[in-house]
Design a protein around this ligand. Structure first.
Ligand code: IMP
Ligand code: MG
Length: 180
């Protein structure tokens, strides 16, 4: 079935990455993580809210013994980054000496994670890696080493597969791109 464009508020979004393309890509990412972490018992640190759907698929695609926890950071309102980063849910786990894999839906300017990494490093994990489903390389202002990524996309606003526009569109199984 061919997906149709959809409207949220007065914006129009067109189909961009299909659910089956997403599935294939997440499988590949899972395999890459499995190659490095088959015996390391990594702790997946999922950045809420956007990454919850990707994370659910990724941890199953990895098929490695692991643990999963969540934190919530916020720097976004509407269509653009506010420049402010807040930790809205604090991490309770003892992460000392553990390999951490941060799971993000999308990396845009990189501000959210570059603010968060030093906070995380204070708790002395053995390693920190980043897995992001989408990366907007052109938008990146804060250099970040991204260890696993699904797609590099242009600097366009996207929704679906966990990503929202003002909390709308997270439930869509495919990813849609804003039409100008
Ligand atoms: P950064 O700090 O600029 O890298 O922004 C990262 C966060 O902004 C992501 O975790 C998303 O929640 C949000 N974000 C960035 N680009 C988009 C987009 O195109 N659609 C929906 N959310 C986005
Ligand atoms: Mg997010």
């Amino acid at each position: 079935m061919k997906l149709q464009p959809l409207n949220i508020g007065d914006l129009t979004f067109q189909p961009y990455i299909s659910a089956s393309e997403i599935r294939e890509k997440v499988e590949e990412m899972g395999q890459q993580i499995r190659e490095r972490h088959a015996h390391s018992n990594p702790l997946f640190l999922v950045i809420l809210n956007g990454a919850f759907i990707f994370a659910a698929d990724l941890v199953r695609a990895c098929q490695v013994p692991c643990e999963i926890t969540f934190t919530r950071l916020s720097s976004y309102e509407g269509l653009s980054s506010t420049g402010q980063v807040e930790t809205l849910i604090e991490l309770n786990e003892d992460i000392k000496g553990r390999p951490i894999i941060i799971v993000e839906d999308i990396i845009d300017t990189g501000k959210t994670l570059s603010h968060f990494l030093p906070i995380l490093q204070k708790s002395a994990p053995s390693s920190i890696e980043i897995a992001a489903f989408l990366v907007k390389r052109e938008a990146m202002e804060y250099p970040l080493k991204i260890d696993y990524w699904g797609y590099e996309i242009p600097n366009d606003f996207v929704i679906g597969y966990g990503l929202d526009f003002d909390e709308k569109g997270r439930e869509l199984p495919a990813i849609y791109q804003k039409v100008d």
